[in-house]
Design a protein around this ligand. Structure first.
Ligand code: NDP
Length: 278
């Protein structure tokens, strides 16, 4: 039976470390402020935004909420971002995605000043990540690296397979594992013989967006399996991209859903906010 990687516990440890840092910064007269912009009232986005605000409160970060109407024009949204870029009291800007279809997400991301890009999605942040320069790291993959390292698992020299090549998870995940000296393969929907490729992984990161698709037949004995997926099944219960019951029998370590990667994404957002004052 696999060891369970407790993302809730590890994320709380990180948030407690950050809380102390924020208290010390306050003593130096530095207050951190995160502006959170939500357009429309998609229920999932409202939950994510609410969790981010709660995390800010816990750590001692000021959060400013911008709840903008669904039919806001792109121009008006960009103007709000520009104003926040120019506001010295604001350290980080987060625009909750996805945005309504009439708004160009790429344009919005590019408008956020790179020094306030706490989500790590701006092309400057992505470029810095790729060439190993300092910059904001995308929260979900950065959180996964923390989960692995804080569980005492070494990445160096390991065969790492990532399923999925999205800009927010798969691609940056591959780069971060490479940075840790893993030997990395990124797979996607056109990959031939996915099972065979996955079977060679010492560390398998699954971000495929398909409920419970990855079962034990994709996993090498003793592999570390990280499940990024979040889905709600017919009984309204959360599940991941990995078939937990099947995979926990062969893996050495596994992340559960919920309570694995999810809480780490917010902890790393908080970390980026703290780093934004430096
Ligand atoms: P995307 O849908 O953007 O990407 C999915 C990737 O999986 C694509 O690269 C796609 O390949 C690949 N893929 C799809 N089907 C197959 C297949 N049959 N075989 C191999 N590869 C396949 O998803 P995201 O990366 O945004 O998210 C992935 C999952 O993680 C989702 O469940 C999402 O909800 C969750 N998530 C969780 C977060 C958290 O905080 N825990 C944060 C972000 C996401 P191709 O490129 O060829 O289409």
């Amino acid at each position: 039976m696999a060891n369970i990687i407790d993302g809730k516990l590890i994320s709380t440890q990180i948030k407690d470390e950050l809380k102390e840092k924020v208290a010390n910064l306050k003593k130096e007269g530095k207050q951190i402020t995160l502006a959170v912009i939500q357009v429309g009232n998609d229920p999932a986005s409202t939950v994510y935004v609410g969790n981010k605000k709660k995390a800010c409160e816990y750590i001692g970060i000021n959060s400013l909420a911008y709840e903008l109407p669904e039919d806001i024009t792109e121009e008006s949204l960009l103007k709000t971002i520009e104003e926040l870029n120019n506001d010295d009291k604001v350290n980080g800007i987060l625009v909750q995605l996805p945005l309504p279809k009439h708004i160009d997400e790429d344009k919005v991301i590019k408008t956020i000043a790179p020094e306030k890009d706490v989500d790590g999605f701006h092309p400057s942040s992505v470029g810095a990540l790729l060439i190993g320069q300092e910059g904001f790291l995308p929260c979900t993959p950065a959180g996964i690296i923390q989960l692995i390292k804080r569980s005492g698992i070494s990445i160096e020299g390991k065969e790492c397979v990532v399923i999925g090549r999205s800009n927010i998870v798969g691609k940056p995940m591959g780069v971060l594992l490479l940075r840790e000296n893993g030997t990395v393969t990124i797979t996607h929907s056109k990959t031939k013989n996915l099972k065979k490729v996955c079977k060679r992984a010492d560390i398998l990161v699954v971000a495929i967006g398909k409920p419970k698709m990855i079962d034990a037949s994709y996993v090498k004995d003793g592999a570390v399996v990280i499940d990024v997926g979040i889905h709600r099944n017919a009984d309204n219960k959360l599940c991941g991209d990995v078939d937990f019951d099947s995979v926990e029998k062969v893996a050495s370590y596994i992340t559960p859903v919920p309570g694995g990667v999810g809480p780490m994404t917010i902890a790393m957002l908080m970390q980026n906010c703290v780093n934004s004052v430096r």
